[in-house]
Design a protein around this ligand. Structure first.
Ligand code: ADE
Length: 231
């Protein structure tokens, strides 16, 4: 790959990269700051997309068009959906789905984008294998490869989270991954989403999120850090 785009949604998710970058130049576009420079001697463009699918999609398209990135890595935190996942555990995306896409009134299954060839956006095989390898070395059995569900909703109810698990087979839920995934797919750019669990998307999610986002962000950073040393 040439230049690699690294996206996080929030400050906590990108600041460790920022500290490790060299020769940084800064550009603002669409209100988003893009940091070009090197990380472990690799050319990267780091940015904080902001929260939600629109921010994530716009950021991804700019990374591709303006900065010519040839791969996109997303780092951050998520709510665990798979009951086998605990706070701090890792999900490496196999594919992404927008759980809030709902055209069921017209007969489309939940999560289906009408008239598109697919609504499941597959992560790049090579990137996800590397992510899984690095994750396993760092976190052992606390890693799952699975489906990342995204929606413009912070999930904080046990009923909702169990629905996301049984109906949509999610491993975790967050608010950007599937938008990055769709934008990358539309442009033929490989991607993978790495998420560390900050909460379990249940009634305690808001408290856990506040308490564990820092640690979970660091977990996710360490994986992409390891990946960039091998890419
Ligand atoms: N990101 C971290 N936790 C989340 C949750 N419970 N719902 C949506 N996005 C999240």
């Amino acid at each position: 790959y040439g230049t690699i785009g690294v996206i996080g949604a929030m400050k906590e998710e990108i600041e460790l990269f920022h500290e490790g970058m060299k020769g940084v130049t800064q550009t603002v576009k669409a209100g988003i700051t893009f940091y070009e420079g090197t990380f472990h001697d690799r050319s990267i463009v780091l940015c904080k997309s902001g929260v939600g699918k629109v921010n994530a999609a716009v950021t991804t398209q700019i990374l591709i068009d303006t900065f010519g990135v040839e791969a996109v890595l997303f780092t951050g935190v998520a709510g665990a959906v798979d009951p086998g996942l605990d706070v701090g555990d890792i999900v490496v995306s196999t594919e992404c789905l927008q759980h809030d896409m709902d055209v069921t009134a017209l007969g489309f299954p939940r999560g289906t984008i009408p008239y598109e060839a697919t609504s499941l956006f597959a992560a790049d095989e090579k990137l996800r294998k590397l992510a899984a390898e690095v994750s396993a070395e760092l976190f052992g059995a606390r890693v799952k490869e699975g489906r990342v569900l995204s929606g413009d909703q912070f999930i904080s109810s046990r009923e909702t989270v169990s629905q996301l698990y049984t109906e949509l087979s999610g491993a975790c839920t967050e608010m950007e991954g599937a938008a990055v995934a769709q934008a990358c797919s539309m442009n033929g750019i490989p991607f993978v989403i790495i998420r560390s669990m900050s909460d379990k998307a249940d009634g305690s999610a808001h408290v856990n999120f506040a308490e564990f986002t820092q640690q979970a962000s660091e977990n996710s950073f360490r994986i992409i850090d390891g990946m960039l040393q091998r890419l």
